[in-house]
Design a protein around this ligand. Structure first.
Ligand SMILES: Nc1ncnc2c1ncn2[C@@H]1O[C@H](COP(=O)(O)OP(=O)(O)OP(=O)(O)O)[C@@H](O)[C@H]1O
Ligand SMILES: [Mg+2]
Length: 318
């Protein structure tokens, strides 16, 4: 079963220079108990996608077409209070900056009590839950941690507390947007292992956004590759890393910083730039930068599927 199904999603933003088509015909699934990674360069629409799911698009943005099915329910048809009911309970989030999720003037314990406001448990039972959650994210000295304020913890610990809070209500789906990007390499590995453990214990699905291919390879079961607002390829992690079908994926892997020795916070560059999303140029979205480009690429490429892996590229049609 799929926890989340994105079907032919089109999202636009109204701008002074015309309509910007930020997501075009985006489709993919997040199956039960699986970790799905989304990878793509800056501006490819990762945040727009998450905001569409959470019902938090900017005022000038709208879902033009398509469905976002969460546990079978189309989120694009829910009103803001119905979406608020889902957020933090059935769908929770972890972002790059943990302070976005933590209130600086309220103790960690009190914040963890607040998260459980719907529960009928007693206060001491809720505090036990909070301490247990801190144990699961490996925060030492939990009783005293509950009385402390977010700024009293290091960056890595703050992110683990934010993860504990996100997992507190045992969501069906955790959306993690670059949660390890601000951490150093050792902490990044520890946080990835922690997410993996918690995902297995709680049995939730995870939608994990990162531009760091090594992290995606380590953590994810499936990968969705996005380019300039479109899904150009999707498949299992193994398929994407060992047998990429789309030239864009090939290029990403070739310049993967993990294959080089130096650590980087940015995707390695592929010559050229992401196209202007306000212009409606026909044909393959990657054509202008593609090393395999041919005349046929001026027409819309078909989606080709092989053993569950799929990509949009003319080259795949023999
Ligand atoms: N409110 C907005 N109004 C107009 N354009 C927007 C708005 N929000 C995003 N965009 C545009 O939509 C496209 C996708 O942006 P988005 O922030 O989703 O990319 P991203 O993949 O999250 O990038 P990054 O890796 O830098 O976070 C970009 O061209 C961006 O400029
Ligand atoms: Mg973003």
């Amino acid at each position: 079963m799929n926890i989340l199904e994105i079907q032919n999603l089109n999202v636009t933003f109204d701008t002074e220079d015309g309509q910007l088509r930020a997501l075009r015909d985006v489709s993919f699934n997040v199956p039960e108990h699986r970790i799905v990674g989304i990878v793509g360069e800056s501006g490819c629409g990762k945040s727009t996608l998450i905001n569409s799911i959470l019902g938090l698009l900017a005022d000038n943005g709208q879902v033009e077409k398509g469905k976002i099915l969460f546990e079978g329910q189309n989120l694009t048809e829910l009103n803001s209070s119905q979406l608020r009911e889902l957020r933090g309970v059935r769908i929770s989030t972890v972002f790059q900056d943990p302070m976005g999720a933590l209130n600086p003037v309220i103790s960690v314990g009190t914040q963890m009590l607040h998260i459980q406001y719907r529960s009928s448990l007693s206060k001491s039972e809720k505090l036990d839950n909070a301490a247990e959650m801190l144990r699961r994210v490996r925060i030492p000295d939990r009783e005293s941690a509950l009385t402390r304020y977010p700024h009293e913890f290091s960056g890595g610990m703050k992110q683990r507390i934010a993860i504990a809070m996100a997992m507190m209500m045992e969501p069906a789906l955790l959306i993690a947007d670059e949660p390890t990007t601000a951490l150093d390499a050792t902490l990044e590995v520890a946080t990835i292992e922690l997410l993996q453990d918690l995902q297995q214990q709680i049995g939730c699905s995870v939608l994990f956004i990162s531009h760091h291919l090594g992290v995606i390879a380590e953590l994810c079961d499936d990968v969705v590759v996005m380019y300039a607002g479109e899904v150009v390829e999707r498949g299992t992690t193994r398929q994407i890393f060992y047998r990429p079908m789309h030239p864009y994926t090939e290029r990403l892997l070739q310049c993967d910083p993990a294959g080089q020795s130096e650590r980087t916070r940015h995707l390695p560059t592929i010559p050229g730039e992401i196209p202007d999303l306000r212009l409606r140029t026909p044909g393959c979205i990657f054509a202008a930068r593609c090393h395999c480009r041919e005349d046929i690429c001026d027409s819309t490429p078909p989606e080709v599927e092989i053993e569950g892996q799929s990509a949009r590229c003319h080259r795949l049609v023999a």
